[in-house]
Design a protein around this ligand. Structure first.
Ligand code: BES
Ligand code: ZN
Ligand code: ZN
Length: 501
């Protein structure tokens, strides 16, 4: 009657992800280009790995992976991943760094394959760029299963065969920032209410209390501030609105004008009285993607201790129909005194942002960047390839564009023509109309023109992220679901500002 010996093989399973480049044009079919770490591992096994790799089928294509078992006593499972051509570098037509994208894609595929095999600890080849490898691993392994009984294997990761621990850890922090935004966006709207959103961000910033101040402004404050446009959206809901204000003081010069980030925080967009059709309405739980990416990028900036000052603003509320809700044709007054005829209550993002943008000017910011899942028209225009950037500043565009080439999480410049301004300044009853008067065409541009009416600063950019809000399978290193884009680009942009003083 011996007790059975309790072993938990799954818990101790360790895996390894190693990279292999594609052969060059002129080379023979069988030529292998292992990364430095993979070559080292192969050598320690007297060439067994390269031998098996050649035996096991055709050369590994970019982003594809293959697992080998029992090769090494420390690593029962080894995933080989295809990295594409070596030194692919920055691609001007794609507007991203192909080498970095290939690494993110390949490492994520390898990690995920091992996760499916219930491997709980994975060591990862830097593949020549430890930051991109870490991003691929941490983004690829993220899965929102908080509310499921059966969960995917939790996988811990570690750098293998490279000394670039700094790059690796930076990549982990960047990717965890994006995963925080994904978590907030994916979570159902009955869990992430305005109050719960603010509490989550407060908790995430708690370890950085020495450099961070948080204000969770309640309804009474919003009323005092005369944010009539924001209140006109929140008033249809039973959930109280919150105006979240974050101050990250990272610059050694406490007087340095801050970067102002403003995020649309509609925790659920039903459309209000201009009710949306029910198909896919559930996706509107992510209509706080602007607030999520902005707040997550501030949490990340704080973790990295970036030497820059940032103020983050997130007007948070639900957009709901009810007996108290704003009706089409109602006229409301924004903080700056401008009156707005609300002809469509589903064009609510621009209303809450209008007041937040007015308020933001009190901080005398060096630049204002607002981020919003603002229009379906943005998705029609660019799809999920890039976030649209509407800006009055060539300098700001350069900064955002540079950052997005590094992260691979692209932005693309869009126009701010008077042509669109005419559409929103012609209102029968008020100074402005919240939808284009003459046509639906160019809806993303019309929305941007509306926001511009609330901006006096010379360096302002509006990012319409509606098209990049969710992922099906376009970005291979993000699973299907809410994307958390472009958190890493915002962090990289802030890091750039910190670097340039
Ligand atoms: N949150 C939506 C925009 C949206 C649509 C984001 C799809 C992500 C995916 C926004 O509040 C909205 O409803 N905009 C309207 C504006 C229109 C009424 C002028 C739209 O795009 O249809
Ligand atoms: Zn809407
Ligand atoms: Zn919306």
């Amino acid at each position: 009657n011996k007790e059975p010996v309790k072993t938990n093989i799954k818990c101790s399973l360790k895996g390894l992800v190693l990279g292999v480049f594609e052969k060059e044009e002129e080379e023979d079919e069988g030529t292998l280009h292992l990364t430095e770490a993979a070559a080292g591992f192969d050598k320690s096994l007297s060439g067994k790995l390269s031998e098996l790799l050649k035996l096991s089928g055709p050369a590994l294509k970019n982003g594809k992976s293959r697992v080998f078992y029992g090769l090494h006593k420390d690593f029962p499972c080894v995933a080989l991943v295809g990295l594409g051509k070596n030194n692919a570098g920055v691609c001007r037509t794609e507007n991203w760094d192909t080498s970095k994208e290939n690494i993110r894609q390949a490492v994520s595929a390898g990690c995920r394959l091992l996760q499916d095999l219930e491997v709980s600890h994975v060591e990862v080849d830097s593949c020549g760029d430890a930051q991109s490898a870490a991003e691929g691993a941490v983004l690829g392994l993220f899965h929102y299963d908080q509310l499921k009984s059966k969960k995917k294997t939790k996988v811990t990761t570690q750098l293998h065969g490279s000394a670039d621990v700094v790059g690796w850890e930076k990549g982990i922090v960047y990717a965890e920032g994006q995963n925080l935004a994904r978590l907030l966006m994916e979570a159902p709207a009955n869990h992430i209410t305005p109050t719960a959103f603010a509490k989550t961000i407060e908790e995430k910033l708690a370890p950085h209390a020495d450099r961070v101040t948080i204000h969770k402004r309640p309804q009474a404050w919003i009323e005092e501030q005369q944010m009539g446009a924001f209140l006109s959206v929140s008033k249809g809901s039973e959930e109280p609105p919150v105006f979240l204000e974050l101050h990250y003081n990272g610059s050694p010069d406490s007087k340095q004008p801050p970067l102002l980030l403003v995020g649309k925080g509609i925790t659920f967009d039903s459309g209000g009285i201009s009710l949306k059709p029910s198909a896919s309405m559930d996706a509107m739980r992510a209509d706080m993607g602007g607030a999520a990416t902005v707040c997550a990028s501030i949490v990340t900036a704080a973790s990295l201790k970036l030497p820059v000052n940032i103020v983050g603003l997130a007007p948070l509320c639900e957009n709901m129909p009810s007996g108290k809700a704003t009706k089409p044709g109602d006229v409301v007054k924004a903080k700056n005194g401008k009156t707005i005829q609300v002809d469509n209550t589903d064009a609510e993002g621009r209303l809450i942002l209008a007041d937040a943008l007015c308020y933001g000017h009190v901080f005398n910011p060096r630049a204002i960047v607002n981020v919003a899942t603002l229009t379906g028209a943005m998705d029609v225009a660019l799809g999920s390839a890039a976030a649209g950037v509407f800006t009055n500043s060539d300098w700001l565009w350069e900064q955002l564009h540079r950052a997005s080439v590094v992260t691979g999480d692209r932005v693309w410049r869009m126009p701010l023509f008077q042509h669109y301004t005419k559409q929103v300044t012609d209102s029968q009853l008020a100074d402005l109309n919240n939808i284009g008067k003459y046509s639906r065409s160019g809806g993303a541009c019309t929305a941007a023109a509306f926001l511009r009416e609330f901006v006096k600063a010379p360096h302002w950019a509006h990012l319409d992220i509606a098209g990049v809000m969710s992922n099906k399978d376009e970005v291979p290193y993000l699973r299907k679901g809410m994307s958390g884009r472009p958190t890493r680009t915002l962090v990289e942009f802030a890091a750039g500002l910190a670097h340039n003083g």
